[in-house]
Ligand binder design. Structure first.
Ligand SMILES: *[C@@H]1O[C@H](CO)[C@@H](O)[C@H](O)[C@H]1NC(C)=O
Ligand SMILES: *[C@@H]1O[C@H](CO)[C@@H](O)[C@H](O)[C@H]1NC(C)=O
Length: 759
């Protein structure tokens, strides 16, 4: 029997999802972190922000630690353990230390103290396991940018499996001379010109940076894995594998252990990455939504952009619920997940001849697809355990020898097929819940199985209800290309609107994140190791979408070394496409209708166009300060992000929609008007003229002045005003209306998504 490969990470983020949702929804019985009296005497790790020590010369690490220690009641705990866990040099101005709440209160009155919060958990953004890499479609960016040669991508993740062929350094040049990264791989493993650093951060411990989860190996290989020819994944699926920027260097910073991480370790990892001199921060990680001054990714990324480092972040897998979105700072590129056109087909055929296409990476040749098996739906009883085929819920007398219909929940599908197998079931059809929509996974099941959409599952249920002796079989058809519609936004991909960034449209873009073929460490834990022990596999999540965009950013950085992080981001956003391969609006796998901008932002990344956007909406790090003040932050909260002493009362605050962002989102009341100014920098042809094209959102009229932009040189900056007027009439409160603003010159199309929320 030919079995797929099992994976060791699958249900983790789904569990996290559950926990987060129960935190965030009003019906939840779990209360958000409550500090009760008995906690007050307990030691906790806090992230403490303090002013940077005033000094004309750059402080040594020792001096910095002394400064940080000066905030503590004393240097060590009763146990003798030092209080300070990390003194941060770059990521933030501050430290992580063990304190009681009383001690923290006392500390907060000291001069130079800014703010503190508890060291919260951070997560990886993989869903389950599901497809592929459409690099051939990615056009001219590859050769032009020398595949990202000389650019260093920092992967903040679960570490690396160093011996994988994706990290072979054949043909790789040495890292640039500025490079200072360290290699802590245990011998005989070593770093090379592909893997230029590997370190791990876990409190005061010094663990090995080797990946024992698979997540970090997958994300690193997607961003900059070397070319591997004949990457065999499944009996019926193989091909060449490569990262997005195959000539870029990878610097590995491990901060996750058994798929769990903390902010203190995460900050230490990014601190080191900035110190080492990386160019891109690839972060397939994050937290539940938080204000920017409490988000470690947001704060450390800000330090990154001050040093011209490009932060690329996962939006999270909290979809399709609205407004639960990670990493929504405007200086981060926030990436959602889309599908690709590859499916690992497992077609369900019903007794009445109806067929529906599902997926499975268990592709057997011994299963007799001509033999119709009796079809049962244990969930008919209405019991949730049986509906979801949860462990121990199925009775052999009901399922033995049959094909069993199960419904997804927040746990993994592999668990489900295992339950069916244990109860004697012959095969499984797993259908999506409503919320999972059309997103299906090619999971390495242990019995013949097929994962179908919610819509198809409903047809199967209807068939069972109306048929005396329902029967079905599964036909395994291996890897197929050309799935329609492609791309579509994955149901799990996190959606806006963000409640924490003043309403800036997030995610920024979507990129391939469903069933992505990537390097997989063979030694790591397939729970049920398949026969092939293959070193490539499928994975899904915004975790997989993010390193694609990190790789694109690496190639842009190589091509345009003078561009700011905001310019790179603008190039990726304004060239993104909003029509799928068949010319239709990009759809959302949640429901199958048109994807909203809250699901796909500016659209799907288009690497072939991103290197030559014509115009960019640029921003320097200082430009975010009026925005942060405009969010209503206190001076301390702004300082926690920027590290600089700030007095918002002396700063002309701006609203979020006034930031020179490549997309536009704002609230409007019926009859209300707002005018914003945008500035574009010419990075296309020196002498060029751009004409305006406006697609007005329903219920809004837009006036742009001027309507043509004339450039005579490169780097020339031109500004224009955009006046939005909500048409009079009955209130549209709660409705959202979408449009676009596009500058067109010859072959340049510079598009901004517009999203108007009526209030
Ligand atoms: C440090 O301070 C704490 C609280 O102020 C105290 O309980 C502890 O004994 C001190 N430890 C040392 C080693 O002085
Ligand atoms: C989806 O988008 C297409 C193309 O923009 C449009 O013609 C169609 O009306 C939209 N469908 C819905 C239901 O809004």
């Amino acid at each position: 029997m030919d079995r797929g490969i099992s994976l060791s990470i699958y249900c983790h983020s789904s569990l996290v999802f559950l926990l987060l949702i129960s935190h965030l929804l009003p019906c939840a019985h779990l209360s958000p972190i409550a500090i009760t009296n008995h906690h007050e005497i307990q030691l906790q790790t806090y992230i403490v922000h303090v002013q940077e020590p005033t000094s004309t010369t750059k402080l040594s690490i020792e001096h910095l630690q002394e400064w940080h220690k000066s905030f503590l009641p004393n240097a060590s705990l009763d146990s003798g353990e030092p209080r300070i866990i990390f003194s941060y040099h770059h990521a933030i101005s501050g430290f992580a230390a063990k304190l009681t709440r009383q001690e923290l209160l006392f500390m907060s009155s000291k001069d130079g103290f800014i703010l503190a919060h508890t060291d919260n958990p951070t997560f990886l953004f993989t869903t389950y396991t599901p497809d592929f890499l459409a690099l051939k479609h990615w056009g001219a960016l590859w050769p032009e940018s020398s595949h990202g040669q000389g650019i260093i991508i920092a992967v903040i993740d679960t570490g690396i499996h160093p011996n994988h062929p994706s990290f072979d350094d054949k043909g790789m040049p040495e890292p640039p001379i500025k490079w200072r990264g360290r290699c802590d791989l245990p011998p005989p493993a070593t770093c090379n010109n592909k893997l230029v650093a590997a370190t791990a951060f876990k409190g005061r411990l010094k663990p090995s940076p080797v990946d024992n989860s698979g997540h970090g190996t997958v994300t690193a290989s997607i961003s900059a894995g070397s070319f591997v020819h004949g990457a065999e994944v499944l009996g019926k699926a193989n091909g060449a594998a490569s990262g997005t920027a195959p000539k870029a260097h990878l610097a590995i910073y491990k901060a996750y252990y058994n798929n769990h991480g903390t902010e203190s370790d995460l900050l230490a990892a990014i601190d080191q990455a900035i110190a080492d001199g990386v160019d891109i921060l690839s972060m397939s990680i994050g937290q539940e939504p938080k204000p920017l001054y409490e988000s470690s990714v947001a704060k450390a990324s800000f330090s990154g952009i001050r040093k011209n480092i490009f932060p690329c972040c996962a939006a999270g897998n909290f979809g399709p619920v609205a407004s639960i979105l990670s990493n929504d700072a405007p200086w981060c590129l926030t990436v959602g997940a889309g599908t690709v056109d590859r499916r690992i087909r497992a077609t369900v055929r019903l007794g009445n001849g109806m067929e529906m296409d599902g997926e499975s990476s268990y592709q057997t040749e011994t299963f007799d697809s001509k033999l119709m098996l009796p079809l049962v739906f244990p969930g008919e009883t209405g019991k949730p355990e049986e509906l979801h085929c949860q462990s121990g819920s199925l009775r052999s007398s009901i399922v033995s020898g049959k094909i069993v219909l199960c419904v997804t929940d927040e746990y993994d599908n592999l668990e489900r097929s295992e339950t069916v197998k244990t109860a004697g079931g012959a095969a499984m059809i797993v259908m999506n819940r409503l919320a999972d929509g059309y997103t299906t996974n090619a999971d390495p099941h242990s019995i013949p199985a097929s994962h179908v959409s919610h819509a198809d599952g409903q047809k199967i249920q209807a068939y069972i209800r109306t048929t005396l002796n329902p029967a079905a079989t599964i036909i395994f058809q291996g890897t197929q290309f050309g799935a329609r519609p492609t791309p579509a936004v994955a149901s799990f991909s996190s959606r806006g609107p963000s409640f924490n960034n003043g309403g800036i449209l997030k995610p920024d873009v979507v990129a391939p994140g469903v069933n992505i073929l990537a390097a997989w460490p063979t030694e790591v834990g397939p729970k049920k190791q398949g026969k092939s022990g293959s070193s490539f596999n499928f994975a899904s999540g915004t975790s997989m979408a993010t390193p694609h965009v990190s790789g694109i950013a690496a190639m842009l950085k190589k091509l345009k070394p003078e561009w700011s992080p905001a310019a790179i981001k603008s190039a990726i956003m304004t060239t993104a496409y909003v029509r799928d391969r068949h010319g239709n609006a990009i759809t959302d796998q949640n429901g199958g209708g048109n994807a909203s901008f809250f699901a796909m932002g500016a659209g799907h990344v288009n690497p072939a166009k991103a290197s030559d956007p014509g115009l960019v909406y640029d921003l320097q790090w200082q430009d975010y300060i009026p925005y942060l003040c405009g969010l209503g932050y206190t001076n301390d909260q702004v300082m926690a992000v920027t590290k600089d002493i700030t007095d918002c009362s002396n700063i002309k605050k701006i609203n979020a929609e006034e930031l020179n962002y490549p997309s536009i989102a704002m609230n409007l009341r019926t009859g209300e008007s707002k005018t914003i100014i945008r500035m574009v920098t010419n990075v296309g042809e020196a002498s060029s003229k751009y004409k305006l094209q406006i697609e007005e959102p329903n219920g809004v009229s837009i006036h742009v002045n001027p309507e043509t932009l004339q450039f005579s040189r490169l780097q020339q900056v031109e500004s224009f005003t955009v006046k939005f007027s909500a048409k009079p009439g009955p209130s549209k409160k709660g409705e959202v209306s979408e449009g676009s603003l596009t500058w067109i010159s010859g072959c340049y199309i510079v598009r901004s998504s517009i999203s108007i929320s009526f209030t």
